[in-house]
Design a protein around this ligand. Structure first.
Ligand code: LRH
Ligand code: MN
Ligand code: MN
Length: 424
């Protein structure tokens, strides 16, 4: 391991007095603090295997050095994150970017790092070498049944690989759509996609879920065949009880009210999970909470309210995942920042005074409703989140420790400056 337990203990020892003072101050203002700690400890956010290398844009890619060279390296990186924050205990694979060749070895490594396998993702948006048919004009929607069959077979293969590792869900994201008016018969594209999804659904193990991720545009810029939550909901409703909608925060048209979408999907029992990231323009895949932290809080506010209303377990009943990658930061520091932002939004949602909010809503006291939400959002919950991390055996200041023990330098030493990870 690149970070030894004694280094975490030493780091925490140095910061513990300051942390205790801050947490005591928080507790004095928030008597329920202690009761929230376990919820925060239990909350785990899966890390996508494709976020561990520096993401590129179509204009270039600037490697940061020491990047993972293969699946084992990616898992080691996530193990490191999990050691630091104890909230990143799962990895989400993208196949065939990740190819788990030696399943036993991969499973043993995961167990030794205390990692679970989250959703497996299929990829029918790129052509692979030696592939018989091209996805240039779509995959599950394609006008040619042979292309659809190839894409269906790939998804079933991904389920098999996920099953061998102990994963329990498949995420299907389709680039399918059209770039110009007239290119596609919308109705037939929908029907083909639905028929294809049905075949994949039929191959799901009994205890698996299937997540259908929507996206308004890109790479097709005229139409997308699963373009929004309504269309995803149509598919998953027609598919059956194991199919759910997946919300990626960057996949909406500008100014969409994502928290309202979340609330309605939860009410219908069809919200499957999340891809967290942040954006200013489109599918920017920036660090969660970097641009619109209030929106992230409002989403968690709906999640906590809706999950409690449905007696759901916050930690296990939805799929929580990051889907972010970018060009200029150390990917590991970036992921630590994303996880921290998500934990903070969750913690702030936990301290909303729900009784008072309900009462204010009942008498249409709009200003008070806003005050109640902002009171929670403006509360500094960093000491609460850090206390939960400490309780779980993580570091009080994960990025501080990451830097002081020179993790990146060690990774560069081990893997080289020009190592390359597969992925977007
Ligand atoms: C598409 C997407 C989808 C893919 C990932 C790489 O924009 O969000 O989840 O699987 O990016
Ligand atoms: Mn996504
Ligand atoms: Mn995306």
């Amino acid at each position: 391991m690149l970070i030894e337990k004694y280094q975490i203990d030493q780091h925490n020892g140095e910061l513990s007095e300051k942390q205790q003072n801050k947490f005591n101050f928080f507790k004095a203002e928030n008597p329920s603090a202690e009761s929230l700690l376990q919820k925060l400890v239990d909350f785990q956010i899966a890390i996508p295997s494709w976020a561990l290398g520096t993401g590129g844009t179509r204009f270039g890619r600037f490697s940061g050095g020491g990047e993972p060279r293969n699946l084992e390296d990616k898992m080691m990186d996530i193990g490191l994150l999990h050691q630091l924050n104890r909230s990143s205990g799962a990895i989400s694979l993208h196949i065939p970017w990740d190819i788990p060749e030696d399943v036993e070895k991969i499973k043993n490594l995961a167990a030794s790092l205390d990692l679970k396998f989250d959703a497996v993702n299929s990829n029918t948006f790129q052509d692979q070498p030696n592939q018989a048919y091209s996805y240039k004009f779509g995959s599950l929607q394609h006008v040619d049944k042979k292309v659809r069959d190839q894409a269906i077979a790939h998804n079933i293969e991904v389920i098999k690989q996920g099953e061998a590792l102990g994963s329990k869900s498949l995420t299907v994201w389709l680039a399918d759509g059209s770039s110009f008016p007239g290119q596609l018969n919308f109705r037939e594209a929908f029907q083909n996609t639905l028929a294809s999804l049905k075949e994949i659904y039929a191959a799901l193990p009994a205890d698996w879920k299937m997540f259908v991720e929507y996206k308004s545009n890109e790479p097709n810029f005229y139409s997308t065949t699963v373009a929004d939550w309504g269309q995803s909901l149509l598919y998953v409703t027609k598919l059956g009880p194991k199919a759910y909608t997946l919300v990626d925060l960057g996949h909406h048209l500008p100014n969409a009210n994502i928290e309202q979408i979340v609330s309605i999907l939860l009410m219908e029992g069809k919200l499957g999970g999340f891809h967290f990231n942040d954006s200013k323009y489109g599918d920017d895949d920036l660090t969660a909470g970097a641009i619109k932290p209030y929106q992230l809080f409002l989403i968690f506010n709906e999640l906590v309210e809706g999950m409690d209303a449905n007696n759901m377990n916050h930690a296990t009943d939805l799929g929580w995942m990051i889907d972010a990658s970018h060009n200029v930061k150390d990917p590991l520091e970036d992921l630590l920042q994303s996880v921290e932002a998500i934990m903070m939004a969750y913690a702030q949602a936990l301290i909303v005074d729900r009784k008072a909010l309900k009462a204010a809503q009942k008498v249409n006291d709009v200003a008070l409703c806003q005050e109640i939400l902002q009171e929670a959002h403006r509360t500094d919950v960093r000491s609460l989140v850090a206390q939960a991390r400490l309780m779980a055996g993580g570091a009080i200041d994960p990025i501080g420790l990451f830097r002081s023990v020179k993790v990146r330098e060690k990774l560069i030493e081990e893997r080289g400056l020009k190592s390359v990870a597969t992925g977007l």
